[in-house]
Ligand binder design. Structure first.
Ligand SMILES: Nc1ncnc2c1ncn2[C@@H]1O[C@H](COP(=O)(O)OP(=O)(O)O[C@H]2O[C@H](CO)[C@@H](O)[C@H](O)[C@H]2O)[C@@H](O)[C@H]1O
Length: 511
């Protein structure tokens, strides 16, 4: 990719490769980005198509127009893999649904009963290979192939191997965005029969050990540019502690490593228009007070808590260690000794769910645990809570704190990854603060911040309202994120290391 040249006004053709896309199928934040970023790039005049597996869950799949009925031929394989490309759409974004029933016609995307499908390596190796295979067949010649997470990690590898001398992709450059490097896509070599290039010549930089390959490592090693979904997470990826065991991989790519904070889709997450919430509200004091009150009452009713005037602390997440439920559980009973209510909506680890269920049985009037993946309820939690908890162990960017800010629901977050880039701590900078940050990965540190926030709510109601208004004034527009991505594609965006150096220089100059 060119460096430091002015961005060209010529519209780019971008293939965005993602395993899920909001509006079609979603299990987490990756899907939100895979809808909103392409939509923002299209709004800036670029031609973006998304490639995604056509899972059974995608309702549009049945009726969708077939663009190609074809086969993936792999040199060493006796039989080709038949697949169709179907035309899907979400929010004005064209999506190529890769329809290969043997891989994707299953009840779930990745796992059933909390157990991953045993052939996930083969499934997503196929997805990566088919995403490139389909381009010529549907007549879309991309300038940029923008891959996301491990599921698409073999795309940059294939571009540099299988397609190295292919005229069709001669000008194509690849990018991999890291939404979560804890998932590395590690599989035994025997899952990669569709990628003989991996087997014929062993590439040490993509191996976890002599018998396993990491699809994420392949993406990081072979993409032209690598970016994380916040500058702080990108810096963490360069460290031993924050890189999930991949610091050397990221250090090798340090000159091409970027950090771009996700946007918030204000079309979906806006308290003035949200169709899921009881009463719309704006940031002005009267509207905010009335709206929050009505939404709190509605939330309490929905989750069967008493309708009383106490502060409500919400949380919506996948139940995994990443989201920090393990910091909350040991202090939850202590915190519930205060006059507060806590609402958690989440699904995932059955052990964490059991423990949360037990607390809710002990505190039926104060703690509601809804074990579900429930988007309308997630909106009601954002609107009806006073505070939103994200005590994450690590957090590449985080979207729920952005939604919380938009709804005047003060985030209480751990100062890691993108949470640190997007929330301003009350104790650190009270004037411009938008929430509360704690640093130590301990239940005690979380409890101290929860109690701190409670004191502000109870003893300084005017200050609390001011913080809510600060929060609602924050904007994380996808348009700005998309412009940064375009600068990254063209070589005009400073890398994370360049940004850190520039900040250090600025600090030194101002001292
Ligand atoms: N039980 C439930 N019911 C309803 N909705 C639920 C839900 N559980 C989660 N969600 C929704 O799923 C999304 C989660 O997004 P996050 O960014 O917080 O986390 P995730 O870890 O999935 O994403 C990864 O990718 C994103 C995108 O880059 C990064 O922001 C993030 O840090 C990284 O871990 C939100 O839209 C949230 O409302």
């Amino acid at each position: 990719m060119a460096t430091r040249k002015k961005s060209s006004p010529k519209p780019l053709k971008i293939l965005f490769v993602s395993s899920e896309v909001e509006g079609l199928v979603k299990t987490g934040g990756l899907a939100d980005v895979a809808k909103s970023l392409p939509a923002a790039l299209i709004a800036l005049g670029h031609d973006v198509r998304v490639a995604m597996p056509l899972y059974r869950k995608v309702a549009q799949g049945e009726q969708a127009e077939v663009l190609a009925e074809t086969e993936l031929h792999v040199e060493t394989q006796p039989a080709p893999v038949a697949y169709k490309v179907k035309q899907l759409h979400t929010a004005g974004v064209p999506v190529y649904g890769i329809d290969a029933p043997q891989y994707f016609d299953r009840d779930e995307l990745y796992a059933e009963n909390n157990e991953a499908y045993p052939d996930n390596g083969e499934r997503f190796a196929f997805f990566s290979a088919a995403s490139l295979d389909l381009c010529e067949k549907v007549g879309f010649q991309p300038d940029i192939i923008h891959c996301n997470d491990w599921h698409a990690g073999l795309v940059p590898f294939l571009l540099r191997t299988r397609y190295a001398d292919n005229e069709f992709f001669a000008k194509a450059k690849s990018v991999i965005t890291i939404h979560n490097a804890v998932f590395k896509g590690e599989y035994n070599y025997d899952q990669f029969s569709l990628i003989p290039e991996l087997i014929q010549r062993r590439y040490l930089q993509v191996e976890m050990n002599p018998s396993q390959v990491s699809m994420l490592k392949a993406g990081v090693a072979f993409a032209d540019k690598v970016n994380a979904v916040s500058p702080n997470y990108a810096s963490e990826l360069l460290t031993h502690l924050g890189s999930h065991g991949m610091s050397e991989d990221f250090q090798h790519r340090a000159d091409d490593l970027y950090g771009i904070v996700n946007g918030c889709d204000y079309g979906d997450w806006n308290p003035e228009t949200d169709p899921y919430i009881k009463q719309h509200f704006k940031a002005n004091k009267v509207s905010l007070a009335r709206g929050k009150k009505a939404c709190k009452r509605d939330l309490q009713q929905r989750v069967e808590l008493p309708v009383v005037d106490v502060p409500v602390y919400g949380m919506v997440c996948r139940l995994t260690e990443q989201k920090g439920v393990q910091y909350l559980l040991p202090i939850l009973r202590d915190f519930l000794r205060n006059q507060v209510q806590v609402v958690i909506v989440g699904s995932g680890d059955p052990k964490l769910a059991d423990e949360l269920r037990q607390v809710s049985a002990e505190f039926p009037d104060q703690f509601a645990f809804i074990e579900a993946y429930d988007n309308p309820l997630a909106h009601c939690v954002e609107a009806g809570s006073d505070f939103f908890m994200m005590p994450s162990q690590f957090e590449p960017c985080g979207l729920n704190q952005l939604y919380s800010l938009a709804y005047g629901t003060l985030p209480i977050v751990r100062g890691v990854g993108g949470l640190k880039d997007t929330v301003i701590d009350y104790d650190d900078t009270p004037q411009v603060a938008t929430g509360f940050i704690f640093d130590a990965p301990t239940p005690e540190a979380l409890l101290i911040k929860l109690q701190r926030s409670l004191l502000v709510y109870c003893q300084q109601p005017q200050e609390f309202k001011r913080l809510q208004q600060n929060a609602m004034a924050c904007k994380f527009e996808w348009k700005e994120a998309a412009e940064q991505y375009l600068r990254m594609y063209s070589g005009d965006e400073p890398s994370v290391i360049e940004k850190v150096e520039a900040e250090k220089k600025l600090e030194a100059d101002t001292q």
